[in-house]
Design a binder for this molecule. Structure first.
Ligand code: ZN
Ligand code: FE
Length: 256
């Protein structure tokens, strides 16, 4: 199995589209193409030919470029079989625990409902790369538009269990505002303060805070820490079920 080369393309206000190239076959996937033109341009400038689109969920800022890129390249669109009717141009439906081979790079598929009812994530084990759309962000998580706290906590718990060296290629640059909120519920967390300093330095240098390292997220992201006693205590729910703690943290973030 081959390791991916990954390019990060900032589009719209704060979205990231990724191009992932498997170097042996030359297969190239555009992950969650919000728009077409900048993605096609980047591929062209790299001399890469887009052969696939991978979609995590149906929101416009993740599928907006699907049909134009497909028309321009003839690529194959791979998306969630849990959401068969809302992914434009979808050719191949993948579901929880499926694998999909991008050339010689294998993706393992996780069904991670919560942000939407059909959301999936693609984990390329041999590249230590997780494309998780709007489920997990650096120091945050997606809003619960179509799912319950129980579903989202289960989804995040599965992603949290991946190896700590996993790079989290999420779909938005939301980290600074996520950190401001996180410090309001978890102010004494040294890992969070470290991430705050790191992100300030990155952003001041004009760099992205994404991808994030999963091991660091596990220690610093409050939405991955709903089962940590100190966080439960901090939101007044000591000893309660992690789902209740998660729901309370998410509720506070919604109105922060
Ligand atoms: Zn979304
Ligand atoms: Fe989004």
């Amino acid at each position: 199995m081959a390791a991916l080369e990954i390019e990060q393309i900032p589009v719209l206000k704060d979205n990231f589209v990724y191009l992932a190239r498997e170097p042996v076959s030359g297969a190239v996937a555009a992950v969650d193409p919000a728009v077409a033109a900048p993605v096609l341009e980047r591929a062209k400038s790299l001399g890469w030919r887009i052969t696939h689109i991978l979609n995590t969920h149906h929101h416009p800022d993740h599928i907006g470029g699907n049909l134009e890129i497909k028309a321009a390249t003839g690529c194959v669109i791979v998306g969630p079989g849990h959401d068969p009717d809302r992914i434009p141009g979808m050719d191949i439906q993948v579901r929880d625990c499926d694998t999909y081979d991008l050339g010689q790079a294998r993706a393992e598929v996780f069904f991670v409902p919560g942000h939407t009812r059909g959301h999936i994530a693609f984990w390329f084990r041999d590249s230590a790369a997780l494309f998780c759309g709007d489920t997990l962000f650096s120091i945050g998580c997606g809003r619960l538009f179509e799912g319950t706290p129980q579903q989202m906590w289960t989804s995040l718990s599965r992603l949290r269990a991946l190896p700590p060296e996993t790079r989290v290629y999420c779909a938005h640059e939301y980290t600074e505002s996520n950190i401001r909120f996180a410090l309001s519920v978890d102010p004494d967390n040294a890992a969070l303060r470290k991430r705050d300093a790191e992100v300030r330095a990155l952003r001041a240098a004009g760099k992205y805070s994404v991808p994030a390292l999963l091991g660091a997220e596990r220690a610093a992201n409050p939405f991955l820490r709903a089962d940590a006693p100190e966080l439960a205590a901090a939101v007044g729910l000591a000893g309660r079920d992690p789902v209740e703690v998660f729901a309370e943290i998410r509720r506070r973030k919604d109105v922060f």
